[in-house]
Ligand binder design. Structure first.
Ligand code: URA
Length: 247
């Protein structure tokens, strides 16, 4: 299948991008609360609880409600909203990012800040839209204070829900946007620069197997537009594999 990506669109976008986005404001940095409250349960007990709850969810609506009600992440205490997914369950493409930032937390939707707007334009360049044919979610559902990376425990309690979402939505291709989801889903010691450009296979504990492609995170591209040719290659690989998987 021929590649029909609108390269000038993405080029223009990346050229217009500000040098730095989503850096925490100084006041916010100074006041990052350290939250370590999970009630009486240990992390492994919360993981088992998440597994039990996720296994009982048969639809995306039920899963989204269950995630919103789940009490196992300490991040819930410091954020405004649970951010679960946006887009079309059942779409061939599922993009999984790192987790909500400030704007996502305000709106309760993934990838709606500056990086999300770039993601939308990058996806549109290969004919994918969250309103039509893409599902968008994250490996963590609650915004970490000060936009820090989610910690291993915080990711671990979300993972049963991530897996269940994949099993319910049945994507043909998962794209891990950025190092956090790529490293976490692939359980890899390598970073995103080594992982991207390749295809992997992801299998959920329930036995759903799906190809996974890591891509550079759009927030990274906004900070380093000079890496746009790498991002471009990520998009071409996504488009090529989606074409094959949908044939
Ligand atoms: N970055 C992510 O990885 N996910 C979002 O939802 C927003 C920004």
């Amino acid at each position: 299948m021929g590649v029909t990506v609108d390269e000038p669109l993405v080029e223009a976008l990346l050229a217009a991008a500000p040098a730095v986005v989503e850096a925490p404001a100084a006041a916010e940095k100074a006041e990052i609360p350290v939250v370590r409250r999970r009630g009486a349960r240990s992390v492994s007990e919360w993981i088992r609880e998440a597994e039990r709850i996720a296994a009982g969810c048969a639809s995306m609506d039920a899963l989204a409600r269950a995630i919103d009600e789940f009490g196992g992440s300490p991040l819930k205490a410091t954020c405004e909203n649970t951010v679960v997914y946006d887009g079309i369950p059942g779409a061939s493409l599922m993009v999984i990012g790192e987790g909500p930032g400030a704007e996502e937390d305000r709106q309760g939707k993934p990838f709606v800040g500056k990086a999300g707007q770039l993601l939308d334009k990058m996806l549109a360049a290969i004919g994918r839209r969250r309103t039509e044919n893409a599902l968008i979610s994250n490996v963590n559902y609650w915004r970490p204070p000060g936009n820090r990376n989610p910690e291993i425990d915080e990711l671990a309690v979300c993972r049963p829900f991530v897996d269940r979402m994949i099993e319910i939505a049945c994507p043909k291709l998962i794209v891990a946007a950025g190092g956090v989801p790529a490293v976490s889903l692939l359980n890899s010691r390598d970073g995103i620069m080594k992982l991207r450009g390749n295809e992997y296979t992801y299998t959920t504990p329930g036995g759903y197997t799906v190809p996974l492609i890591p891509m550079l995170h759009p927030a990274y591209l906004l900070r380093r537009p000079q890496d746009k040719s790498r991002a471009w290659r990520d998009l071409l690989l996504m488009e090529k594999r989606l074409g094959e998987l949908e044939a």
